[in-house]
Design a protein around this ligand. Structure first.
Ligand code: PMP
Length: 399
């Protein structure tokens, strides 16, 4: 088979669905005016399809710190942490992350994707086992591939299924990682973490929680779902990202196992890539401080999330099970979802189109995300657009 032939089927399927501009996959955002406003083509839109949960991308203190670092230390480190790209800012951020999570060890990675690769892909290897929630993010699956570890999936959010699968492991439990997420990124639902922890206590193993979508969003201090559920002591490793509530790019892992620090000596996704730029690190350090000290932002996010969820439910949409920073509206078919996405854009609302196979249960959906930076007028405009467009989804109007 010639090199590119294997992509043809994918490209044809995409072309059939995506004939109309702008393309809903990889949409080009032409201008960004604020955390919640932008322009796509000729259309000014409310941004309701980002992960900018606290609206910190335009925070003036984060930006000032980034400017300062850019001027003082330059545009990039040009090297990896283990070779020539380990700046004082990286280490300061690790100390601050460890303090924030009240754990002794933290490692900063260049993205959240690489945090999963770099932690999971190094902790376990051939002969070890990973038992993961079936809906885990692609980076977790890819980490398992990198590790060459045995992978067992348990049914999404089903502690009884986890219990059954851990029960079959025997002695292997001692080198087993159990992996779940705090908030799942497609439907916005949360892991039943208390129950999962109870199962782990019974069997053993190590628990990893990816708090990418829940850090800064849940818990009294913004540490995520484990904090909100009061089970932090039972979570061995927290993985997270700087690309969502912290409004930048990068990732991290923290742990109460001091030995985490030694992982960096063997972690290929840590060693063989350049470290985050000084400007990025500087803005993340300020953002972390804001997460720790301005809980009002979190409260505003939840108030917006609940208003949106109630409004879309009232308009008759089938939604994910819980309100939160991500609300999914489930639709009947990819064709319907594409048409609906375009119609929302024409009404000045930008959301994410998510199509199977990337969706849980193979459903087409639009993913709406809120930010603490949305005001109630914007939330109401989003609800209004969904309400106005609901008739196009009735069965008689199906494409
Ligand atoms: N984990 C989860 C659960 C995610 O949703 C994502 C990104 N969507 C990542 C990891 C990767 O994070 P990043 O974008 O920072 O690479």
């Amino acid at each position: 088979m010639a090199l590119f032939d294997k992509f043809k089927k994918l490209a044809d399927a995409r072309a059939a669905l995506m004939a109309t501009e702008p393309c809903p996959l990889g949409t080009r955002i032409d201008e960004v005016f604020s955390p919640t406003q932008g322009r796509i083509g000729d259309q000014e839109v409310i941004l309701a399809g980002t992960n900018n949960y606290l609206g910190l991308t335009f925070n003036s203190d984060c930006i000032a710190a980034a400017h300062h670092a850019l001027d003082a230390e330059g545009s990039g480190t040009t090297g990896s942490r283990l070779a020539n790209g380990n700046y004082s800012g990286h280490q300061a951020l690790e100390i601050e992350l460890a303090r924030f999570f009240e754990r002794p060890s933290a490692i900063v990675f260049s993205t959240g994707y690489m945090a999963n690769l770099g932690l999971i892909g190094t902790l376990v290897g051939p002969g070890d086992t990973v038992v993961l929630d079936a809906d885990c993010h692609a980076s977790i699956y890819d980490a398992c591939r990198l590790a060459g570890v045995d992978v067992i999936r348990f049914r999404h959010n089903d502690p009884r299924d986890l219990d059954k699968r851990l029960g079959r492991l025997g002695d292997k439990i001692d080198s087993t990682l159990i992996i779940v997420e705090g908030i799942y990124s497609m439907l916005g639902d949360r892991a039943p973490l208390k129950e999962i922890v109870a199962v782990k206590r019974q069997h053993g193993g190590y628990l990893v929680v990816d708090e990418a979508h829940s850090m800064g969003v849940m818990g009294e201090h913004g540490r995520g779902l484990a904090e909100a559920e009061g089970v932090e002591a039972d979570v061995d490793f927290v993985v997270g990202t700087f690309s969502k509530s912290l409004g930048a790019i990068g990732g991290f892992a923290v742990s109460h196992h001091r030995e985490l620090d030694t992982v960096r000596l063997a972690s290929r996704p840590y060693i063989f890539t350049a470290s985050p730029s000084p400007a990025t690190i500087a803005s993340v350090r300020v953002a972390l401080d804001i997460v720790a000290n301005r809980p009002a932002l979190r409260h505003q996010l939840w108030s917006n999330a609940e208003r949106l969820y109630a409004g879309l439910a009232h308009a008759g949409y089938e939604l994910g099970p819980q309100s939160g920073p991500v609300t999914a509206a489930l639709l009947d078919s990819p064709q319907q979802a594409v048409a609906f996405w375009h119609a929302l854009l024409e009404h000045g609302v930008y959301v994410n189109l998510v199509l199977p196979p990337a969706t849980p249960g193979g459903r087409a959906l639009v993913r709406v995300s809120v930010s603490a930076a949305h005001d109630t007028t914007q939330i109401d405009r989003i609800i209004e657009a969904f309400t106005t467009l609901k008739p196009m989804l009735s069965s008689s109007a199906k494409p």
